[in-house]
Structures are given as structure tokens and as C-alpha cells.
Design a protein around this ligand. Structure first.
Ligand SMILES: Cc1cc2nc3c(=O)[nH]c(=O)nc-3n(C[C@H](O)[C@H](O)[C@H](O)COP(=O)(O)O)c2cc1C
Length: 253
């Protein structure tokens, strides 16, 4: 059974029901104390094995912010948002803590990449939900990967620290409040007990039907995920950054 959105969320969950990525911000700061609330909400996220494998770099230097915006596909909302964080996976600090007390560092790149990305994403998403609950708008910036090697250097990131994405948070410009975007049908993503053997043509069409609002959804995902798309072009840059930050997984056997 397909579950169209929006569903009616009860008041406690209403913040999830109204999420949309916001890209137009008023030139206002967050209200006093709100940034601390958002950061503390982030810090309360679960963390794998208590490793805290994340770092968030708040960008307050306007020249650096402008440079990062340019490096991230020149996205103006990075410049306009009251706050901009570069969210990173981070095993550098964890390694320092282990070695500081005389133990040998025993972790490898696969764990760092997977668990670090997981930890960091939980922190970032807690921050996004907290910001939205307080009435602000937010937007992730995956285009950090367009120049992730350069950005790692700009931020003086040591080996073991890798930018994942940016996070804009700011005061919503009501003149440009975006509509809710659809999601693909629930029964294509949530399964019971086992993964389906295949997706039927009919099932795939339900996804296109749900997602093709203003234009065919293939135009949107094709730009990113089809041959020659943005994601493929990021691959060599990411490979370079993983090597540069000492996070390149070594072949096993
Ligand atoms: C990891 C990640 C990276 C993203 N990168 C960008 C980005 O670089 N620029 C942007 O404007 N939106 C970015 N987005 C926002 C997505 O475009 C947005 O979440 C998606 O279109 C769904 O729309 P909604 O968030 O309004 O529901 C990103 C979202 C995620 C989760």
C-alpha cells in the first residue's frame, strides 16, 4: 500500500511534516541562545561506540564563507544563511585520545568512513530538526564534495578528518518559502523481513509518478546519478581527498 505525503503528523512530530530545504534567507542572525540550543541538540545525537567521530566547523569569517560558497557550486544560500557549518567525519581526535593514554590506534579507513559519516550525520540531522523546530530554515550542501580536497586544506583539517557536507541555517525569507517536496512511495523503501527480489515496472512507475511534479523526475536524478552526472564527476575528487586525509581504504587480500 502506498502512503502519500503529507500525512497528518500530530503536534509532537509536526516539525518532520513541514521539513523542506530552505535556500532563501533574510539577512538576520539567529535569536540569542538559539545557536547554542541547535548545537546542543546536535551533541545529544547517538554516537557509535561513544566514538564521537564527527567535527563541525562553524564558518564565521565572511571571506572564507564566500570562498567556500564559490567552491560549492557558487550556491548563494551559503553566503546568505545566518550560520554555515562544514560537517566532517573525524577520527583524528579519537586517535589522539587513544594514543594519549598509551594505547595503539587500531582503526581502519572503512570503519572511519562508514561510522564517522554515520555519527556526523546524526549530529547534523539533529541540528537541522532543532533549527526547524525553532522556526528557522536549513539546507544541506553536498556540493562540498565538488572541491572536498581543497576545502579540507582551507579548513586545516588534519589526517582522519573529512568534510561530508555543509549545513546552512538561517531565518526563512517568507517570500521564497518552498513547497513541500514529495517522497518516493513508502513501500519502495520500507520492507518487511526481506528485500524484494526486484522492482516491477509498475512499482518503478509509482516512484516516477510520485516524484514528477514540475518535470519528469528522471531529468532531476539523471543530472546527478546518470553517466556524466555530477556524482560521477565528484568521484575522482573524493578519491584524492580520501588519500590526502589518510582515509583511503586499502585493498584487503
Ligand atoms: C547530503 C545532502 C546534500 C545536499 N546538497 C545540497 C546542495 O548542495 N544544495 C542544495 O541547495 N540542496 C542540497 N540538498 C537538499 C536536497 O536537494 C533536498 O533535501 C531534496 O531536494 C529534497 O527536498 P526537501 O529537503 O525540500 O524535502 C542536499 C541534501 C542532502 C541530504
Amino acid at each position: 500500500m502506498s502512503h502519500p505525503i503529507p500525512v497528518d503528523f500530530p503536534p509532537a512530530l509536526e516539525v518532520f511534516g513541514r521539513h523542506r530545504s530552505v535556500r532563501f534567507f533574510l539577512p538576520d542572525p539567529l535569536a540569542p541562545g538559539d545557536l547554542d540550543l541547535i548545537v546542543e541538540a546536535g551533541r545529544r545525537a547517538p554516537t557509535d561506540a561513544q566514538g564521537h567521530m564527527y567535527a563541525c566547523v562553524r564558518i564565521t569569517d565572511t571571506i572564507l564563507r564566500d570562498r567556500l560558497a564559490t567552491l560549492c557550486a557558487d550556491q548563494q544560500h551559503i553566503r546568505d544563511a545566518a550560520e554555515f557549518f562544514v560537517v566532517c567525519l573525524d577520527v583524528h581526535r579519537l586517535r589522539r585520545l587513544i594514543e594519549y593514554r598509551g594505547r595503539e590506534w587500531g582503526m581502519c579507513a572503512r570503519i572511519a568512513l562508514l561510522y564517522g559519516a554515520t555519527d556526523a550525520t546524526m549530529v547534523a540531522q539533529n541540528m537541522l530538526v532543532a533549527a526547524e523546530a525553532l522556526g528557522y530554515g536549513a539546507c544541506y550542501i553536498g556540493a562540498v564534495q565538488n572541491n572536498v580536497d581543497v576545502i579540507a586544506q582551507e579548513l586545516n583539517l588534519p589526517p582522519g578528518v573529512l568534510p561530508l557536507y555543509g549545513l546552512c541555517i538561517g531565518v526563512i525569507d517568507p517570500a521564497h518559502y518552498p513547497p513541500l517536496k514529495p517522497r518516493i512511495p513508502r513501500d519502495l523503501c520500507f520492507f518487511e523481513n526481506s528485500y524484494p527480489r526486484d522492482f516491477s515496472a509498475q512499482a518503478l512507475e509509482t516512484a516516477y509518478a510520485a516524484m514528477s511534479v514540475k518535470r519528469d523526475w528522471l531529468d532531476s536524478i539523471g543530472v546527478y546519478f546518470a553517466t556524466g552526472g555530477t556524482m560521477g564527476r565528484r568521484e575522482p575528487i573524493m578519491a584524492r581527498a580520501w588519500r590526502q586525509q589518510a582515509l583511503d581504504p586499502q585493498p584487503m587480500e
